[in-house]
Design a protein around this ligand. Structure first.
Ligand SMILES: [Zn+2]
Length: 446
């Protein structure tokens, strides 16, 4: 009798244990714990990894609950859940501000695109030659450090090719990384969604491989899915919520991997976004308006911004015309105090920068179906980005006051002991740990 009872008990326990393991692995939510490192200010770290969650607006954190990896990480992290990116809030120039520690008027990239005066066409800001400042790759290289980029956006490789030792993206990567999925039909929403989720997991796997095989000192990572899926389905969509949950799970798995393989003991990890995402549903067909009304001026469109080069047309006439257009919220002129304050006054800067009203973007009507989310303005939904740092040299359970994306080059250099100057940003100031995060994640706060 006794033995039978014992057997039954152990069977129960066994089944229970199996269930717990199953639940844990299905949820992809390994418990996150770190030893107290006793730091109350930023220390030092042999290695730094910057993980940019592209287009991951601060409010996307509301899609996560208290069991999520990011939520669990907060008690071991230094964070600002409402950090600030730069204006205009776009991928190429925000990454460049991150990598140079400077504002657009210093590094020379305004948004994702510019007007090429010689070719008379719109060009993408994806060439390393366009960057007027030294990047963290170049600074690290000067100090004999090994650098790597692992990116779900291919353009990041050309933009930051200077001083980068190891490059990995879906189409080009070292052999020890498995093959990536190809996107067959970008107009099929199901395929598009599926591709970006699978690519997210691929990038995280590629990162683990690069960390293990190469042991880089400084690594830049771009996770593309919150942005790509946010653009197509909108920031309030089920699809974005799922992408956010997947990213969170992958961060949990990365944490476990780094801890198990002892990478975390000498590595600081900074998780951040490059910009946010706002819902859009209305088009401002600015190319047509420009062609029909002005002879010389040229415009290039960049989501919720349009950049105008006057080429001899009258600034006041162009400004007055577009101020009267439905959906245009603001026009900033080169040389004005406003342009200086927004840090978009420079030789290569456009003559006029237009911002859209909430709900609008600059695009031909025919392409509107592609976009339910967009960014670029100074609105909180476009500008506010989470910043969550943990690992070697990072104080635990600390908040930063007003952390900015331009501050992280200075912080990276401080952590790694690299000497560099000319940054606009500074090492973020720490404040006492606050209760705000709890409100944020439970949706009780703002
Ligand atoms: Zn982006």
């Amino acid at each position: 009798m006794h033995i039978m009872k014992k057997l039954t008990m152990s069977m129960y326990l066994g089944v229970l244990l199996m269930l717990v393991c199953l639940l844990a692995s299905c949820g992809g939510r390994p418990a996150i714990t770190m030893e107290d490192n006793g730091l109350d200010e930023f220390g030092s770290s042999d290695r730094v990894i910057l993980i940019v969650l592209d287009g991951f607006a601060s409010r996307y954190l509301n899609y996560l609950d208290q069991d999520s990896s990011l939520y669990q990480l907060l008690q071991y992290a230094t964070y600002d859940l409402d950090g600030q990116t730069i204006y205009p809030s776009h991928t190429c120039n925000a990454h460049t501000s991150l990598m140079t520690g400077t504002y657009p008027d210093q590094h020379g990239l305004i948004g994702n695109v510019y007007y090429d005066q010689n070719e008379r066409i719109s060009q993408k800001n994806i060439s390393a030659d366009l960057i007027d400042q030294k990047t963290l790759f170049e600074i690290a290289g000067e100090h004999g450090k090994k650098t790597a980029i692992v990116s779900g956006k291919k353009n990041m490789l050309t933009l930051f090719e200077k001083g980068c030792d190891i490059q990995a993206t879906m189409s080009a990567h070292p052999d020890y990384i498995g093959e990536a999925l190809q996107l067959d039909d970008s107009e099929n929403n199901d395929q598009y969604y599926d591709y970006h989720l699978k690519t997210t997991s691929w990038v995280f796997e590629a990162l683990k491989s690069v960390l293990t095989e190469e042991k880089p000192d400084f690594t830049l990572v771009n996770i593309q899915s919150a942005d790509s899926i946010g653009h197509r389905f909108g920031p309030d969509s089920f699809e974005v919520a799922q992408a956010v949950k997947l990213i969170d799970q992958e961060i949990g798995k990365l944490f476990s991997y780094m801890k198990k393989s002892d990478i975390l003991s000498d590595t600081a990890v900074m998780i951040l976004a490059d910009h946010g995402m706002s819902p859009v549903s209305k088009a401002i067909p600015i190319n047509v308006l420009m062609n029909n009304n002005f002879d010389q001026a040229a415009v290039v469109v960049d989501g919720r911004n349009a950049y105008i080069w006057l080429n001899g047309d009258d600034a006041a006439a162009v400004t007055t015309f577009f101020e009267a257009q439905e959906g245009v919220a603001r026009i900033t002129s080169k040389g004005s105090p406003e342009a200086q304050a927004l840090r978009v006054d420079c030789e290569r800067c456009p003559d006029l920068i237009l911002d859209s009203e909430p709900g609008y973007l600059f695009i031909p009507e025919a392409l509107l179906w592609k976009y339910q989310g967009m960014h670029g303005t100074t609105e909180d939904s476009d500008m506010n980005i989470p910043m969550i740092f943990f690992g070697s040299g990072i104080p635990q359970n600390q908040e930063m006051a007003d952390a900015k994306i331009v501050d992280l080059a200075a912080l990276t250099c401080k952590l790694m002991g690299l000497t560099a100057d000319g940054f606009d940003g500074t090492v973020p100031r720490l404040t006492a740990p606050g209760a705000e995060a709890v409100d944020f994640f439970t949706g009780q706060g703002d």
